[in-house]
Design a protein around this ligand. Structure first.
Ligand SMILES: [Zn+2]
Length: 215
């Protein structure tokens, strides 16, 4: 089973990918992570990528394809792949088809965690954590039982991440839409795109994804 998992930042994509990895022994292929790992390990592709980046240039599709090929070759045939952050363009979508086909694999599903932008803004901007113990809270969904006091450690200081603000969330959402816009139609015509309500409870999202994989 090979899938593409799509979702804007804050939709819980990381959690769902992790669950798929744990439950099905799938491997998450994030191009950014693979690139960093290959550079660090000094593989031939990694060295090539490093030289390109040192020149201040963007890593080519050919290098990214090689990285994905290497990663798939290192996995057992029974182990599925979750593509994350790739493909971004129609050309990359075609490359991915060839890479998979060359290894007797195919893309089975494209699963998009669908979010309501206003609700996502509320979800993200309401987040805060205890400065002492790190326990997470939310202005609307999970307030401390006693206002201003941490339930877990009794601390009185809380902090918010500076990028948890409405403007940043809306900018990221727009970037996400721009990135997925070129590839969704490619897969929609094949009838392999499924949308899951990313605003639902995490376990419900997991159940919805499982139902798609079982199709
Ligand atoms: Zn605390």
């Amino acid at each position: 089973m090979n899938i593409i998992l799509l979702g804007p930042p804050g939709a819980g994509k990381g959690t769902q990918a992790q669950r798929l990895v744990e439950k099905h022994g799938m491997r998450q292929l994030s191009t950014g992570d693979m690139l960093r790992a290959a550079v660090k390990a000094g593989t031939p592709t990694g060295l090539e990528a490093k030289a390109v980046m040192e020149r201040g240039e963007l890593v080519s599709d050919a290098i990214v394809s090689a990285l994905i090929g290497d990663e798939l070759d290192s996995m057992g045939a029974e182990s599925g792949a979750i593509f994350d952050g790739y493909p971004r363009t129609e050309a990359q979508a075609e490359s991915l088809d060839s890479i998979l086909e060359a290894r007797g694999r195919k893309l089975d599903h494209v699963i998009e965690l669908d979010v309501n932008e206003d609700a996502l803004v509320e979800r993200i901007t309401g987040r805060f954590t205890c400065a002492s113990c790190g326990k997470g809270y939310h202005d609307t969904f999970e307030k401390p039982q006693v206002e201003g006091t941490c339930d877990k450690c009794g601390g009185h200081e809380f902090k918010r991440r500076p990028d948890d603000n409405a403007e940043t969330v809306r900018t990221r959402m727009a970037e996400y839409r721009a990135k997925t816009a070129p590839i969704l139609p490619v897969y929609e015509v094949r009838g392999i795109v499924s949308k899951v309500d990313g605003m639902a409870d995490m376990d419900e999202v997991t159940a919805a994804i499982e139902a798609i994989l079982a199709k």
